[in-house]
Design a protein around this ligand. Structure first.
Ligand code: N01
Length: 539
């Protein structure tokens, strides 16, 4: 007989965890929690897994980290069975890979697709989260884990006359699933960041004419993409464990050869040879040439001038080459990896429109007006980037203790502990949130590290009967200060990048990622966990 005087047991939440997003982060989080015996429900706005690679289907989309490194390493059999076809995988292959992982680990039965999370509210009385979705359903969970991605909230600037355009409109970050046929079309593309650098060569080959509206030129190094033959893959597969281990010891989590030499202590001719060697090798490896490139402007200038020289060689019109040659710090904005980008401007059907000194005036029914000239086009491609790192979190109405909203908390910029958790928001976790190395590193190993750390924290709590975890205000303030202090030591502050939030009007100017490198970051995380989650309040 139950004791009539005993208080009624609190109904538990429906799930141990709600995970928001079914990209690489959400998928692995689900898998990891399941393996530990936790129940989880994933909500995904898209119609399939893949996150970034589900949405970014623009022509030419591919990863800029070599495929064999931009892949999961948590399961050796998965690593061995998957055959990457190119040095840098294109979007369709990356999406196939995500689908393969979902099928292999039977993930989809716990993922609700086509379901956008609208709000997440911490219910202090119940000690759990209430997550509201676009289908007006409300789901309770002890933990709420944001796997919402760093570059998943597309930025569409508010151009005058935007809605008056009668032609087709596309955003690289939200590309249609159907084929887009630019044949015989006059196309305008706004923006010259990574998405544009990848898509411009392909669109130019198809369109009747392509107008590229450039506000700031970007540095790009050649990818030297190529098919991966069977021999190369066999070698990589045999070396996977060692390669992953080496990668974890580098700043970016990529198995690169980072030089410990300084550019300014190297003779000019040797420096030139080294840049040339790295240029021929291709990819982001270029910036590993010298350790002072991102901390010393004079050192950086030597690399920048080398790339400008290459642009002058690759572009036949010297006037166009000068417009394409960036003047700012190389690596301040994300370095682009290109396949025939600069050569595209040698085509007769491509026009570069410089809008660096005069912004695009407005969009009309038939095209764009810039510098007093009307450009009539059939389609406009907005390659205008993302509200990075915070955008995908802040478009969800998140509230923690005492109704404190994340929007209010982050009014002056994102504040977090390790980029993983936020004071006053108990049991809320972010995967690769602001304050973590995330976008400055190879996303896949970074995601895996976060997922495993979060899963371990949940297991730790369960083993000790702990219900709630949240950072103390003091630990959070110390971490925010540490992240800012490190960022201040580099040249990353010298340009208006999305790392700093400058691309979004009104966004606080805060350098968001942790710049101390992957190994240092992991050391911090491990030390904190080993000390019983130091800096967290556990109740
Ligand atoms: O976006 P961006 P993205 N008028 O913000 C311009 C990752 N990624 O989508 O520089 C005119 O870099 C803006 O000009 P400005 C990668 O981390 C990876 O290209 O602000 N122009 C800029 O040129 C990357 O860094 C891959 O002056 C306007 C462009 O739009 C990140 O995603 C591939 C404008 C936006 O560039 C974002 O890249 C693609 C305006 N009003 C992306 N507003 C890989 O290779 C904006 N612009 C894996």
């Amino acid at each position: 007989m139950p004791d009539k005087k005993a208080p009624a047991a609190k109904p538990g939440p429906a799930f141990d965890a709600v995970i928001v997003g079914a990209g690489f982060a959400g998928m692995y989080m689900l898998h990891r929690l399941r393996r530990l015996g936790f129940s989880a429900r994933v909500f995904e706005a898209g119609g399939d897994v893949g996150g970034t690679w589900y949405w970014n289907r623009y022509p030419g989309a591919r990863c800029d980290v070599e495929s064999v490194q931009y892949s999961y390493q948590f399961d050796a059999a998965l690593e061995q069975e998957w055959e990457w076809s190119e040095r840098y995988a294109a979007q369709p292959e990356l999406l196939r890979y995500a689908r393969h992982v979902a099928d292999r680990f039977d993930l989809k039965r716990d993922i609700q697709f086509n379901t956008r999370v609208i709000s997440a509210r911490f219910d202090a009385a119940q000690g759990h989260w209430l997550v509201e979705t676009g289908d007006r359903a409300c789901t309770s969970a002890a933990f709420c884990i944001m796997a919402t991605g760093c570059l998943s909230s597309p930025n569409l600037p508010c151009f005058k006359g935007l809605d008056s355009f009668a032609g087709d409109r596309y955003h690289t970050g939200h590309w249609p699933h159907e084929d887009v046929d630019f044949r015989g079309k006059r196309v305008a593309i706004i923006g010259t960041g990574s998405s544009a650098v990848q898509s411009i060569p392909i669109i130019a080959r198809r369109a009747e004419h392509l107008y590229v509206f450039q506000r700031t030129p970007n540095y790009a190094v050649p990818a030297h993409n190529r098919p991966l033959d069977a021999d190369a893959l066999t070698k990589v597969k045999a070396d996977y464990p060692a390669m992953r281990k080496r990668a974890k010891q580098t700043m970016t989590g990529i198995d690169f050869d980072y030089s410990d030499k300084k550019a300014l202590e190297t003779a000019a001719a040797d420096r030139q040879r080294e840049y040339e060697r790295r240029w021929r090798h291709g990819g982001l490896w270029f910036l590993g040439a010298y350790q002072d490139l991102m901390v010393d402007q004079a050192a950086n200038d030597t690399a920048a001038e080398f790339v400008r020289g290459k642009i002058r060689q690759r572009v036949s019109s010297q006037e166009v080459a000068e417009l394409l040659a960036p003047k700012n710090t190389i690596g301040c904005k994300r370095l682009c990896v290109d396949i025939g980008y600069y050569e595209t401007f040698n085509r007769e059907n491509v026009t570069l429109v410089d809008v660096s000194t005069e912004p695009i005036e407005h969009i009309t029914a038939r095209g764009l007006r810039a510098r007093g000239v009307d450009y009539e086009v059939d389609a406009i491609v907005f390659a205008t980037g993302f509200d990075a790192m915070t955008g995908s979190l802040l478009r969800i109405d998140i509230s923690g203790r005492n109704g404190l909203t994340l929007e209010t908390k982050w009014q002056e910029g994102p504040r977090s502990y390790l980029g993983v958790a936020i004071a006053q928001f108990p049991n809320l976790f972010m995967i690769t949130g602001p304050g973590s190395p995330s976008v400055l590193t190879n996303m896949l190993p970074t995601i895996e590290q976060h997922v495993e750390w979060i899963a371990d924290a949940l297991a730790f709590m369960r083993a000790r009967g702990i219900a709630l975890i949240e950072p103390s205000g003091e630990a959070e303030a110390d971490w925010v200060g540490h992240v800012a202090e490190l960022a201040g030591r580099t040249l990353r502050y010298t340009c208006g990048s999305w790392y700093l939030g400058v691309n979004i009007p009104g966004k606080p100017r805060v350098f968001m990622p942790y710049i101390g490198g992957f190994p240092k970051y992991v050391e911090h995380c491990n030390e904190i966990a080993a000390n019983g989650y130091q800096g967290f309040v556990l109740t």
